[in-house]
Structures are given as structure tokens and as C-alpha cells.
Design a protein around this ligand. Structure first.
Ligand code: PA5
Length: 450
């Protein structure tokens, strides 16, 4: 186990609450852990994520890698169709690990991975279909329910284009489904067309599914090491286990500190990164916590920023706005490449004093300076340090956040594993669109708008 380089620093957050406020959560945290382990908590039919990493079979990993290899050999572009938990985890890992510019040339050894099915933007979909013209593209259709409108729409378009462009036989080879074992349109189509398919376990909810084929297949297609990702998660599973003492258990500490801050009136948590590659990790985290905790009139609102970029926009609000926020910073200890601050003869910007220093060193001082300024401004600050952006460390980070989310949701006394509120917009949308079976709702909504 190499989890020692993963650490959570809480001192600059706990200084904002009473001395024993975090420790006071220990009995409830341990009770939440017990309820998760013994499956006695609310949402106990969705706990499959808890020991997923440590129980993933080599056979499943091999079959995912074999499928990824087929797609990589036959495609220069792979479109991942999915929304929410059915795409954010894959995108978070792929963007964290990828060269930021390779996809622009499409000349690298890896296929370009694109995402669709996560919006209903007509221009986005039109432009995607235009981009794909003439390209050797494949599709991974990911939907647990198999009936999500956004994903189904994108898949209809992509499947038709793939069949027309690449021929029926090749389309059947390069279209893959990740869905329920038995139900839903995605399963029916996959079985009928003979697509390769993978199952999303019944007991794993969308936002906890990145370590199932939902995340692992796109990540493997992008050329990354899914064994190391799963290993990192499995090691973190041990480090966050209930028998690890409260003071040494990062998931328990994070859950307790954020709940202590929430009780002290800090209603908004801002996830911060100092690496643009982590933008989608923030997005994944926002969904994980937002959808798990925001219910029954409760829940910490999850927001995110990319620093230093957003220091030039949201920095003002964070420094001096309403004091209802706290920050959690994901800090990456080591950059992958070395780049030195260059010399300039004229020195018009006055920055020659930085000449020869690593760019990452400047970034780290921006990080430290920001932390101190925000703490001075009344913003509690936690810091989550990971060694580097690689598969193993991201696997650790993912499991850490998942485990802490389960604990934190139970501390808030909500069911962290359902999302009843997501249905409200769908009901209205279908009523407005006149979906068969929604006649009464259509009538009611029309009367309301008249
Ligand atoms: O976390 C969740 O359950 C949701 O975000 C779902 O993943 C999302 O709504 C997509 O659902 P589906 O996979 O059924 O298409």
C-alpha cells in the first residue's frame, strides 16, 4: 500500500469551529461506517460501490481491456454517450491524465475521446456529427436505465451515422453498450444488434459507478492503466475502513470536518484545483456530493473553481463575499513535466527574479498565498494532497471521496444513494412535449402556463 503520500490537512478549517466540534462527530461517524458496512442505512440496496475495487475480478478487467483494444484498433475517435454518473467519472480521469493538446491534432497514438449525450444542445450535436464525418469513429453508449433522453437522443444520431459511414458489420464491432443486465432500451438494442456489452451492477448508483465498466471502459480506450486505478481505490478502501482510528481515517475526518463547518453556518463547499486538468474532477465531485446530500431541505451546496484562472473572476467573492463558504483544495505535489521560468532581456514585466524557477514552484506559491489570504478573509480551508496525477493516485482520490460521501450523507441524516428530485424536470419536459402516457400532466401544465 502506498497511500501514505495522500493526506488531508484540516487545521486551517477546524480553527473556524469550536475546539471539540470535529471530535464530537466521532461516535456518529463510526455509527455511519457501521451502518454502511452492515448495510443497515438508508439506501442500503445501493452499496455495491463500497468493496467494488477490492473485488473487481481480473477477468472483468481483461474483458474491458480487450474491448478497449478492439475500439482502439478500429477507431481514431470514440464518442462516449452518457450523462451525470454515466460520464463524469470517465471524463474526470481521462482529462486529468491526458495531454491537454494531443486531441487537437488527432495524431497521437490514442484515439480522441469525445463526450455526448450529456446535453440537448442542437448546435453541439450538429457540430459533433459534422466533425465525425469521414472519421473512423466508435460509440460507447452508457446508460444504467437505458432510457435517459439526452443519451438516447445522442445515441440515435451516432448509431445511424456510424452504420451509414462505417457499414453495418463494422458498426456492430465499434458500438459498445454499458447498461443494465436485463432492462432498458440500451440493453434491448445491444442484444438485438449483437454489440459487445458490459453490465452496470444493480447495487451501484450512477454517481458511484466510475470504477465499473461505466468509467473503466472509456478510461482504458483512452490508453490509461485501469489496473493501477482500481489498485489505488482498493488501497484507499483499506485506509478508510471503519477499524482505522478516527484521527487517522481521511474519509471520516473529511466527512466530520465538513459537517462541523455546515453546522457552523458554512453552507457552501468550493472544490478548488490549481491544475486545469482537474476541472472535470471537480465536476464529478460536485455531482457526487450535490446529488447525494441535497435533499429534505438540507445539504452543503457544492461549487467549484479552477485556480489561478478563477482568482481573476470569483477570487473577489471568495475573499470578501458572504462568509458562508469553505474551500477544499486538491493539491498535486509533483508536476509531470519540468518547465522553467524564462529570462527576458528587457524585463519589462519585472519577472526576471523568477528566472530559472520551476513553473510549478510559482503555482505552489500562488496556492499557499491564496490559502493564507482566504483564511485571513474568514474562509475555512482544507487541503487534500496527492503525489501526482496518475492512475493510482486518482483511484485513491475517487474512493476517498466516495467513502466520505456515504459517511457525510448519513451524518446529514439523508439517504445519500437516491435522487428523487431529478425526476421533477423530466416530468414537466415530457408533459410539455406531449409524451404518450402524460396526457393528464400535459393538460395540467398547459393550464398552468395559459
Ligand atoms: O447518479 C445518477 O444516478 C445520475 O446522475 C445518473 O447517472 C444519470 O441520470 C444518468 O442515468 P442513466 O445512466 O440511467 O442514463
Amino acid at each position: 500500500m502506498n497511500t501514505k503520500n495522500f493526506r488531508l490537512e484540516t487545521g486551517k478549517a477546524t480553527q473556524f469551529v469550536a475546539a471539540d466540534a470535529v471530535k464530537a462527530f466521532e461516535p456518529r461517524v463510526k455509527a455511519a461506517q457501521k451502518a454502511l458496512e452492515e448495510a443497515t442505512c438508508a439506501g442500503n440496496d445501493f452499496l455495491g460501490w463500497m468493496h467494488l475495487a477490492s473485488s473487481t475480478s481480473p477477468e472483468l478487467l481483461s474483458s474491458i481491456k480487450a474491448c478497449a483494444q478492439t475500439l482502439r484498433e478500429n477507431c481514431d475517435t470514440i464518442v462516449v454517450a452518457g450523462i451525470g454518473g454515466s460520464y463524469l467519472g470517465a471524463r474526470a480521469v481521462i482529462e486529468a491524465l491526458s495531454n491537454s493538446f494531443e486531441w487537437l491534432t488527432n495524431k497521437g497514438e490514442n484515439p480522441v475521446i469525445l463526450f455526448a449525450g450529456n446535453n440537448i444542445g442542437e448546435d453541439y450535436l450538429y457540430e459533433l456529427t459534422e466533425y465525425l464525418k469521414g472519421r473512423r469513429f466508435g460509440v460507447i453508449n452508457i446508460s444504467k436505465s437505458g432510457t435517459t433522453t439526452e443519451t438516447a437522443l445522442a445515441f440515435r444520431l451516432l448509431r445511424k451515422q456510424c452504420e451509414e459511414q462505417r457499414g453495418l458489420d463494422m458498426a456492430r464491432k465499434v458500438i459498445v453498450a454499458v447498461t443494465d443486465a436485463k432492462k432498458g432500451a440500451a440493453r434491448t438494442t445491444a442484444d438485438k444488434e449483437g454489440y459487445t456489452s458490459f453490465i452496470i451492477p444493480d447495487n451501484v448508483g450512477g454517481r458511484f459507478s466510475v470504477l465499473t465498466p461505466v468509467g473503466l471502459l472509456p478510461i482504458a480506450c483512452a490508453g490509461f492503466d485501469i489496473d493501477a486505478l482500481v489498485k489505488g481505490a482498493a488501497d484507499m478502501e483499506q485506509r478508510c475502513a471503519p477499524e482505522v482510528p478516527f484521527a487517522d481515517n481521511p474519509a471520516e475526518q473529511y466527512a466530520a470536518v465538513r459537517n462541523a463547518l455546515y453546522a457552523a453556518g458554512k453552507k457552501i463547499e468550493i472544490m478548488v484545483n490549481f491544475q486545469p486538468k482537474l476541472h472535470f474532477m471537480n465536476e464529478w465531485w460536485k455531482q457526487l456530493y450535490g446529488e447525494s446530500e441535497g435533499k429534505d431541505g438540507k445539504g452543503i451546496f457544492t461549487a467549484s473553481v479552477d485556480f489561478t484562472t478563477d482568482l481573476h473572476s470569483m477570487g473577489q467573492w471568495i475573499q470578501e463575499g458572504e462568509r458562508t463558504i469553505f474551500e477544499t483544495v486538491i493539491s498535486v505535489e509533483n508536476a509531470k513535466h519540468e518547465l522553467l521560468f524564462p529570462h527576458d532581456d528587457e524585463n519589462l514585466d519585472g519577472l526576471n527574479f523568477l528566472e530559472g524557477r520551476r513553473v510549478d514552484q510559482v503555482n505552489k506559491m500562488a496556492e499557499l498565498g491564496t490559502q493564507l489570504a482566504h483564511v485571513d478573509g474568514g474562509v475555512p480551508n482544507m487541503r487534500l494532497v496527492i503525489e501526482r496525477l496518475d492512475e493510482y493516485n486518482l483511484g485513491q482520490l475517487i474512493y476517498f471521496f466516495e467513502r466520505a460521501c456515504g459517511i457525510s450523507g448519513l451524518l446529514l441524516e439523508v439517504n445519500p444513494f437516491n435522487q428523487p428530485g431529478v425526476e421533477a424536470y423530466k416530468k414537466n419536459m415530457f408533459a410539455l412535449l406531449g409524451k404518450p402516457g402524460y396526457e393528464k400532466e400535459t393538460e395540467a401544465i398547459k393550464a398552468r402556463l395559459a
